[in-house]
Design a protein around this ligand. Structure first.
Ligand code: HEM
Length: 229
């Protein structure tokens, strides 16, 4: 095995049998939730956004800020996948999980209703910048963010959406939380692709990927916190 091959394990994909790296990513992510956020959570809630969603006091303006910033993150992610710096990213084109266009529709609706849609703020801009840089140098670490950002939105994101919509959006269902096709199937397809891409990662690659989860949480939490501002 040449040095180049060890450096670029994503090029070694052979379609083999190994399974289950998504389970590892999920386990690490679940532990990083607070007990209040998810049953499998192990962290203590300190900040307001770490409390039970039922206890949140979201504001309308804050929620708009959240949507604007999370859109910056999805825009960036989806641009990275469209013009991949590494071939493995190409697997994740057109998964049906893309959120950029959906968010554009939501923001357009708010605009048409006469609500002032704010400029993107530092939490979204900072995360987008981090993702862009990371995607160019460390595919394993980048894939961790890809997983967490898309999957968080379909899990906790939908819980948040429901509770927040009840409180401040007159229960309006945003496009952000609608998928074309059966969501469970879309998620399973992406899990399969993630498992496939990770098959030939070394243990070191995998650990570096898993280690990124905490950073993903930190950035994402800052954006979620906007809802409560
Ligand atoms: C899963 C809640 C934030 C990443 C879950 C689940 C819940 C939840 C209840 C379990 C869903 C299930 O087992 O079906 C929340 C709440 C949050 C939050 C209330 C409040 C802010 C985050 C953040 C991230 C994240 C910041 C990472 C950026 C994930 C991932 C899963 C998950 C990757 C696994 C999804 C899957 O297997 O389908 N979350 N979460 N969550 N969450 Fe969160």
């Amino acid at each position: 095995v040449s040095a180049a091959m060890t450096e670029k394990p994503w090029k070694r994909y052979t379609g083999g049998e190994a399974k289950g790296f998504v389970d590892e990513m999920r386990l690490v992510a679940m532990k990083l939730h607070t007990r209040q956020q998810a049953q499998e959570g192990e962290m203590e809630a300190k900040a307001p956004e770490e409390q039970r969603v039922e206890e949140w006091e979201p504001t309308f303006d804050g929620y708009l800020k959240f949507l604007v910033d999370i859109k910056v993150v999805y825009d960036t992610l989806e641009q990275i996948i469209e013009k991949p710096s590494f071939p493995s990213y190409g697997e994740f084109r057109n998964t049906g999980l893309e959120r950029s266009e959906k968010l554009a529709k939501d923001l357009k609706w708010f605009e048409e209703k006469g609500y002032g849609v704010p400029e993107a703020s530092s939490p979204g801009v900072a995360y987008a910048k981090y993702l862009k840089q990371l995607s160019e140098k460390d595919p394993q670490a980048f894939i961790c963010h890809f997983y967490n950002i898309y999957f968080a939105n379909t899990a906790g994101g939908r819980i948040i959406a429901k509770k927040v919509a009840e409180k401040i959006l007159d229960s309006r269902e945003l496009e952000f939380y609608k998928w074309d096709g059966e969501l469970s199937q879309l998620l399973q397809n992406v899990r399969d692709k993630l498992n496939k891409v990770a098959e030939n990662w070394s243990r070191e690659d995998k650990n570096r990927c898993l280690g990124e989860t905490e950073i993903s949480f930190k950035f994402y939490r800052e954006i979620v916190r906007l809802m409560l501002s």
